[in-house]
Unconditional design. Structure first.
Length: 159
C-alpha cells in the first residue's frame, strides 16, 4: 500500500479541480479537498484494493461535493449576474473560469462525470465512481461536451 503523503501529492491537484468544478469557488474547493483527504487518512487502513485507489479517492471527493451541494441548496443565496462582455478578448484564465462556472451550472451527475473526464480518468473508472455503465458514461460525456460547446459558442468563446 502507498503511504498517505504520496497519495496526497498525486491526487490533491486533481481532486481540487474536480471540487472547483462543483463549486466554482476556490476556497470551498480547498475545504472539500481537505475533507476528502481527512477521510482518506482515517480510512486508508481499511482500503481493501477492491478497486483502484484513485477510484476510491474520487468517490470520496464526489460524495463530499454532493453533500456540500445539498447543504448549499438549503441555504439561501444571492445569485450574482454573469459578466460576459466580449468574451473573445478574455484571457486564458478568464476562459478557464468561464469553463468552471459552466460546469458548476450542470446537474450534479453531469458535473461529476465531466470533472472526472477532464482529469483524464478512463471512462470505465468514471463508470465505477458514478455507478453507471460504460456505454451510458460514453453517451453522457458526449452530450455534456455538446452542452458546454453550445454555451461557449453562445458567449463567443469559439469562432
Amino acid at each position: 500500500m502507498t503511504d498517505f503523503e504520496s497519495i496526497y501529492k498525486r491526487y490533491a491537484p486533481q481532486i481540487f479541480r474536480v471540487c472547483l468544478g462543483y463549486t466554482n469557488d476556490a476556497d470551498q474547493a480547498k475545504d472539500m479537498v481537505q475533507d476528502t483527504f481527512i477521510s482518506v487518512w482515517e480510512n486508508l487502513s481499511n482500503f481493501r484494493n477492491q478497486s483502484q485507489i484513485s477510484t476510491w479517492i474520487f468517490r470520496i471527493a464526489t460524495n463530499r461535493c454532493l453533500r456540500a451541494l445539498e447543504v448549499a441548496k438549503r441555504m439561501p443565496s444571492a445569485e450574482l449576474p454573469l459578466q460576459l462582455a466580449d468574451m473573445t478578448e478574455e484571457s486564458p484564465e478568464e476562459k478557464l473560469h468561464f469553463l468552471y462556472q459552466s460546469i458548476a451550472e450542470l446537474p450534479e451527475t453531469e458535473r461529476i462525470i465531466i470533472s472526472l473526464e477532464l482529469e483524464g480518468l478512463p471512462q470505465a473508472e468514471i463508470a465505477a465512481i458514478v455507478g453507471l455503465s460504460n456505454g451510458n458514461i460514453r453517451v453522457k460525456i458526449h452530450r455534456i461536451k455538446e452542452k458546454l460547446a453550445q454555451k461557449f459558442k453562445a458567449y463567443g468563446q469559439f469562432s
